[in-house]
Design a protein around this ligand. Structure first.
Ligand code: ZN
Length: 209
């Protein structure tokens, strides 16, 4: 199964992507996580990306495309993969079509923007890619990652103003993507306003026969 998860940040798509990945035993690939790891390891790539992110910009398409291409070649992607946070625009989607064939695109739809903003308040991240929420999805030990035991942090770009701006860009850039995948008849929409459990059930019901 080669799956793309689309949805604004805060829609819970990352959490849902992980549930599905576990079910199929395939990896979740998220360029943001790869970038943060590279930055933490101070690699050459990490330094390049850090320059963009420090200016509040996204990494350029060609850089992200190459990262994904390289990642999809790894052996753990043989059975499939889930992309979370990629493609985020038409250029990336066209590139992706050239390197692989996607089976399914799941869009987590959240109509209530206020609810979306609220979900950000209380979000905690780990360098390993795990995301927690103080209210909706707390870690077992406060401030510590369940999976790797590292200290959780709040992302600098997760303040209300930055989020509003990101959401705006997200909707603008994803519109043509949704149209594209709808035309390809591989898009399914899931109501993301339900609880994590209910959303999970809705997704599993749609794709597991
Ligand atoms: Zn962790």
């Amino acid at each position: 199964m080669k799956i793309i998860f689309l949805g604004p940040q805060g829609s819970g798509k990352g959490t849902q992507a992980k549930f599905l990945a576990k079910k199929f035993n395939i990896p979740v690939i998220c360029p943001g996580v790869i970038y943060r790891q590279e930055i933490a390891k101070k690699t050459k790539l990490g330094k390049i990306v850090a320059e963009y992110l420090n200016k509040g910009k996204l990494a350029p398409n060609n850089l992200t495309n190459e990262i994904i291409k390289k990642r999809l070649k790894k052996i753990d992607c043989k059975k499939g993969f889930i992309l979370d946070g990629y493609p985020r625009n038409l250029i990336q989607a066209q590139f992706l079509d050239k390197i692989t064939k996607i089976d399914l695109v799941i869009e987590i739809v959240l109509l209530d923007k206020k609810c979306l903003l609220n979900r950000f308040i209380g979000r905690q991240n780990c360098i390993c890619g795990a995301v927690y929420h103080l209210k909706f999805n707390p870690s077992k030990k406060n401030g510590i990652c369940d999976k790797c035991g590292k200290k959780l942090f709040i992302r600098e770009d997760e303040n209300p103003e930055a989020i509003k701006k990101r959401l705006q860009i997200y909707y603008q850039e994803t519109k043509p993507l949704l149209k594209r995948y709808q035309n390809m008849e591989i898009l399914i929409k899931i109501d993301g306003s339900l609880s994590i459990k209910e959303v999970k059930k809705a997704i599993f019901n749609k794709i597991i026969f």
